[in-house]
Write a new protein. Structure first.
Length: 119
């Protein structure tokens, strides 16, 4: 007598549950991470802009707000942006949190700190 092979009903339901939870997490976490990468790209672009190297904080923040409006950044505003000028080097950074509702009363709190300087 040969032994049966294959997946049982429990195995199929388990795989479907794991895939469903994974997809839910990806769909919930992807937008905040994409926005973080966009903010970091804006910071690097502004820090390397030769026109802003001699500018003051207000000009850099104003330029950030223009870029943020174009790229649809909603998590931070110009008030959250920190500008550190040392000589001709401009470092731009920010710290912010994003609350992402997961299921019912479960919420994920994501901490981000984009910056223009390389890690």
């Amino acid at each position: 007598m040969r032994k049966q092979r294959g997946w049982g009903l429990g195995g199929v339901i388990g795989v479907i549950a794991v895939v469903a939870v994974s997809m839910m997490l990806i769909f919930k976490l992807l937008p905040p991470y994409m926005e973080y990468l966009t903010i970091q790209k804006i910071f690097k672009r502004l820090a390397s802009d030769p026109d802003l190297q001699s500018g003051n904080r207000r000009e850099i923040v104003k330029a950030f707000e223009r870029h943020a409006t174009i790229d649809r950044v909603d998590s931070i505003t110009g008030d959250d942006v920190e500008v550190d000028k040392r000589g001709v080097t401009v470092n731009i950074s920010a710290r912010y949190q994003v609350k992402t509702p997961l299921v019912a009363n479960i919420t994920l709190l994501l901490d981000f700190s984009p910056k223009s300087a390389p890690d």
